[in-house]
Design a protein around this ligand. Structure first.
Ligand code: ATP
Ligand code: MG
Length: 365
């Protein structure tokens, strides 16, 4: 009998700066992957939600937009940011306006040094074994914490003006992200989780994190776990990367640690992020970690690898693990041959990297 074909409905939101360039590269690679595989297809719908649209209409997402997104299997997101719009408006207007109602409470960032990429860490250079010393997954609480948006300002403009930025930590949200992180740790060969907090200085929310960590750890006796203060964690990430596997941290802490992680892995142009609703009741959203990078927008030199890795994470979430592995194999073999963009000290353009990855998928697929 002919193999059955699954069709995945994907919403693409390229948005600003290099977003459209890297998303169209990502779609080319995903279509090549589906053709090569033959057992699934992608059905893309494009949404022009962007800062340009905001400047014209005063809205990032039109009426009914979120309801429309709801019917997709996944969302592929580019980048949002424009110097004519304050960053907190664009972030809350588009990205968080999707993450929050869709309850994408787990933000996941895999980090490793891909073949052909040089880490700035001496310990991770020169040999294949060294390269593999850095292999992490950072799990970030994505629904509350320091980015809950609570607080306010009083006595505006006065010397005694006061601004409060209130962090919200609920047992419900801390426990669900902790369980999710233990599940991620359990699914990996080393079964090891480091919980990051700052409970020496912040004595309410961070102590709750510590307590919940201890309670949830009891349900995962097969996962080795420890806890670190966030400041000490930055040292450990740079000095003994091999001692780390899975990390769980708050919205703010993990935001910072994951940029550090991306830099240690060689470039912010290569790393992906998944914003997951682990209950799978609503679509999850996948995006490269880099921003809109207007300085290189429209020049055809943006590194598309962050979007390729993002695409691989999306394909994995959709249940096509083998295809995701094939995509990453192709990406690494192309990088290893030296077909790289400027940010990785190469000379290739976005299109050349994209075409090489497509050829490689067809060759090894
Ligand atoms: P945003 O305000 O949306 O965060 P940004 O301009 O701060 O955008 P980032 O993505 O944070 O951009 O990146 C900082 C710099 O890193 C960019 O200005 C760009 O030079 C470089 N960069 C980022 N992403 C890429 C990429 N995919 N390929 C090549 N260079 C990149
Ligand atoms: Mg930025």
């Amino acid at each position: 009998p002919p193999p059955s074909t699954t069709s995945y409905k994907i919403a693409s939101i390229p948005a600003d700066g290099i977003g459209p360039e890297v998303i169209s590269a990502g779609i080319r690679v995903l279509e090549t992957l589906a053709e090569t595989y033959g057992t699934f297809t992608f059905d893309f719908t494009h949404f022009d939600w962007s800062s340009e649209r905001y400047l014209q209409t005063g809205r990032y997402i039109p009426d009914g937009g979120l309801e429309e997104l709801q019917r997709f299997d996944a969302i592929l997101f580019g980048a949002v940011g424009d110097q004519r719009v304050p960053d907190h408006i664009s972030l809350w207007g588009l990205r968080l306006a999707i993450c929050q109602p869709f309850q994408q409470y787990a933000n996941v960032r895999p980090t490793r040094v891909l073949k052909g990429v040089t880490s700035p860490l001496a310990a991770c250079q020169h040999t294949e074994a060294n390269r593999q010393k850095l292999d992490w997954v950072i799990v970030r609480e994505n629904s509350e914490g320091e980015y809950a948006g609570q607080g306010g300002r009083s006595h505006v403009g006065q010397p005694w003006e006061t601004a409060t930025e209130v962090s919200i930590f609920t047992r419900h949200a801390v426990e669900r992200i902790m369980r999710f992180a233990f599940e991620v740790a359990r699914s990996r060969p080393r079964k090891k989780l480091t919980m990051v907090s700052k409970s020496n200085a912040q004595r309410n929310g961070m102590v709750l994190w510590d307590e919940v960590h201890k309670i949830v750890a009891a349900d995962y006796p097969d996962v080795e776990t420890d806890k670190m203060l966030v400041d000490a964690m930055t040292c450990r990430m740079t000095l003994s990367p091999e001692s780390i596997d899975t990390i769980v941290a708050t919205n703010l802490h993990a935001d910072i640690l994951s940029d550090l992680a991306a830099a240690l892995a060689g470039s912010i142009g290569i790393a992906p992020t998944s914003n997951l609703d682990p209950t799978r009741q609503r679509p999850s959203m996948f995006e490269p970690i880099h921003g809109s990078a207007w300085d290189i927008a429209g020049k055809g030199v943006a590194n598309p690898v962050g979007t390729f890795w993002t695409a691989a994470e999306m394909v994995k979430w959709l249940g096509q693990e083998e295809a995701a592995d094939l995509l990453m194999l192709a990406v690494e073999s192309v990088l290893d041959r030296g077909v790289k963009t400027r940010d990785l000290a190469g000379t290739a353009r976005t299109d050349e990297v994209t075409a090489s990855v497509c050829d490689e998928i067809r060759r090894i697929g």
